[in-house]
Design a protein around this ligand. Structure first.
Ligand code: SAM
Ligand code: SF4
Length: 332
């Protein structure tokens, strides 16, 4: 039976996927996400506690959320992350808990994450070349990320292992075949995501977008690809190599927006509900949580926000206005 506060937006989209940022801080400084000096970090008491996160997730799951993705900032920097995962995977009705991470701490944490019940992971890795890695993340940690990925392979309950690369013209194109070989050699699903105007530096320009179609064609010319079926709300176009060796995917939010089937909302580390990456407004849940509002009252706030969910992003429209937070502050 439908919950009276089932999260359905004004365009009939059922909201089933919630990204929860557990921290705004990060141990990397990716040029397309954060300035070198970092951002103004939240104070400890501004960040949601595990009890508060669990309560928001429980209320959301009762209203139709099926999948939670933990993100940040860098979620593995949050002390006790496996404990939070363990608490969430036991919530009735929740089908999957996944994690998006830069991978730096995975060698140390993979076992604890698997033991806690994590089943899905996305590791962000934009280049396989040492110098380029240092340039893009402003950190010299490529070998740690690769070692973290290898460590993950020991825990088959975490599957598939997805590797996400932001595609930037002049940076990713020269390496695309190397990534294809990586996806063929390793048990990882490599996915390219188009660069979006969510960088704190505001250096994004449309010319920097390297589309999924361009990347697909470069790979297909050398390693033929066959399309795979995807769920309707899936954001990625997934292909398998025609000779059966591995998979590769393309997430094309700019060149082929998937807004019409978007089933996502986001909770920032300071407890603000956002209905779109590019929202210019938020709904405060932390205040009502701390003022002891009831589950029904918090659920009603969620529903009211969802009913105003944007029809689409307007990156490609004249007069596009950037979001009021960068990717790391939203929880990508
Ligand atoms: N620190 C974690 C990580 O890097 O995976 C989680 C947070 S990060 C903000 C989440 C994802 O957003 C990463 O895959 C990152 O590459 C992506 N991202 C950040 N800024 C982006 C941008 N301007 N355009 C597209 N993707 C971006
Ligand atoms: Fe940190 Fe992830 Fe942003 Fe890179 S993309 S600076 S790893 S939050």
């Amino acid at each position: 039976m439908l919950h009276p506060q089932e999260l359905i937006d004004g365009f009939g989209r059922h909201i089933e996927d919630m990204r929860v940022s557990v921290i705004d801080k990060c141990n990397f400084r990716c040029t397309y996400c954060m300035p070198a000096e970092g951002l103004r970090w939240l104070k400890n008491d501004e960040v949601l506690s595990f009890d508060e996160i669990e309560r928001i997730v429980r209320i959301a799951v009762q209203r139709g959320i099926r999948q939670i993705r933990l993100t940040g900032g860098e979620p593995t920097v949050r002390a006790g992350l496996p404990e939070l995962i363990e608490r969430l995977v036991h919530l009735p009705g929740l089908q999957a808990v996944s994690l998006t991470t830069n991978g730096f701490l995975l060698r140390r944490l993979a076992k604890d994450l698997a033991d806690a019940g994590l089943t899905r992971i996305n590791v962000s890795l934009d280049t396989l070349v040492q110098q380029k890695f240092e340039h893009i993340t402003r950190r010299n940690h490529l070998s740690e990320v690769l070692a973290g990925l290898e460590e993950l392979e020991k825990y088959p309950t975490i599957s598939p292992i997805k590797v996400n690369a932001v595609a930037i013209r002049g940076f990713t194109d020269e390496e695309v075949l190397e990534f294809a070989r990586f996806a063929r050699r390793k048990p990882y699903v490599v996915r390219f995501i188009e660069f979006m105007p969510l960088d704190a530096d505001e250096s994004w320009t449309p010319e920097m977008i390297l589309t999924g179609k361009e990347l697909h064609d470069m790979i297909h010319a050398v390693y033929p690809l066959l399309p795979r079926d995807a769920a309707p709300a899936s954001t990625s176009r997934v292909y398998q190599f025609a000779d059966g060796k591995g998979e590769i995917g393309f997430i094309n939010p700019v060149s082929e927006p998937f807004c019409s089937t978007c089933n996502r909302i986001r909770i920032t580390a300071d407890g603000q509900l956002r209905t779109c990456l590019f929202s210019r407004w938020e709904t405060d849940l932390r205040g009502p949580l701390r003022e002891n509002h009831s589950d029904d009252e918090i659920g009603a706030l969620m529903l009211r926000a969802v009913q105003q969910k944007e029809m689409k992003h307007r990156i490609n429209d004249p007069g596009f206005v950037r979001a009021n937070r960068s990717m790391s502050q939203i929880g990508g």
